[in-house]
Design a protein around this ligand. Structure first.
Ligand SMILES: Nc1ncnc2c1ncn2[C@@H]1O[C@H](COP(=O)(O)OP(=O)(O)OP(=O)(O)O)[C@@H](O)[C@H]1O
Ligand SMILES: [Mg+2]
Length: 271
């Protein structure tokens, strides 16, 4: 990955990005470069800083420090341009339960100022893509988890973004639906060249679909590369195995043991 890259080639660039919440450093001086048209997985254990990073990249949270470019635009100074460039599926559900599937799509299209004719055409196309066209007039509160997730994906794509952020899009879904969702996303990437930046705890999904991966732990990027690079680097049998070697018990136990030992030594010295 070249550090001399500027502007054009990159969909996402973050330089020395940091977010502090009171005493806690949730994102600690990270650097990211995602090339246009790439499928990029951002992996890490619970609380590692994934959603916080996505929120900063998508104008929802102001960084404590660092610089971001989304398609070359600055999320702080050029919020509108940045917002038009990306679509997002949030980790937490964000549909309106009291509206129908169609109404949820319409609302989003209106918020993004998509002209009516184009809007109607695009809604139909996307609802058909996620196989919800037949259910378009049903209320969200009658939808299953998988149907809601598919609708959120369709909604995120309505304004034709060139970058798609997906924060745990397949959480809690059955293997069939997860597979179907990754197929839509992969097709979009192949056919429309959309850049995909996603998080998941299903590491085998990342192994299958991601071209490059960054692993974040305690706010810091601890490894990056292709799935193959990470497997080779850690001498693992699969990406999941590599992930556990990089983030798992060994490292944390070592840290805990060191702290324990320090405490013990101090106690002995105080005697
Ligand atoms: N608004 C906030 N105020 C205070 N602390 C926060 C806030 N948002 C996140 N944090 C903290 O920042 C850290 C990173 O959280 P974040 O949600 O980014 O993790 P994550 O990697 O997305 O985890 P998960 O896999 O569980 O979704 C956590 O310790 C979390 O408690
Ligand atoms: Mg999260």
């Amino acid at each position: 990955m070249g550090t001399t890259d500027t502007g054009d080639r990159l969909a996402i660039r973050a330089k020395n990005l940091t977010k502090k919440f009171n005493g806690l450093t949730a994102v600690d001086n990270i650097n990211l470069e995602v090339v246009k048209g790439e499928i990029f997985a951002f992996l890490g254990p619970n609380g590692a800083g994934k959603s916080t990073t996505i929120r900063m990249l998508t104008t929802l949270l102001q960084p404590t420090n660092g610089e971001i470019r989304i398609n070359g635009f600055d999320p702080i100074k050029e919020q509108d341009k940045v917002r038009k460039s990306f679509g997002i599926v949030f980790q937490d559900p964000s549909l309106d339960d009291e509206l129908t599937a169609y109404e949820n799509m319409e609302l989003h299209g209106i918020l993004y100022n998509i002209p009516k004719e184009l809007r109607l055409r695009r809604i139909e196309e996307l609802l058909k893509m996620v196989e919800l066209w037949e259910r378009r007039n049903d209320f969200i509160k009658t939808f299953s988890g998988g149907m809601k997730r598919r609708l959120e994906i369709a909604r995120g794509l309505l304004h034709h973004p060139s970058i798609f952020f997906l924060d745990e899009p397949t959480l809690g879904l059955d293997p069939q639906t997860r597979n179907q969702i990754w197929n839509y996303i992969f097709d979009l990437n192949q056919k429309e060249g959309i850049t995909v930046f996603f998080t998941t705890h299903y590491i085998e999904e990342a192994e299958r679909i991601a071209e490059r991966i960054a692993i974040i732990d305690h706010g810091r990027i601890i490894a990056r590369g292709t799935p193959e690079d990470l497997i080779i680097k850690t001498n693992a049998s699969s990406l999941e195995n590599a992930f556990l070697i990089l983030t798992g018990h060994t490292i944390r136990e070592e840290i805990a043991n060191n702290i324990d030992q320090m405490r013990m030594r101090r106690r002995m010295m105080q005697r």
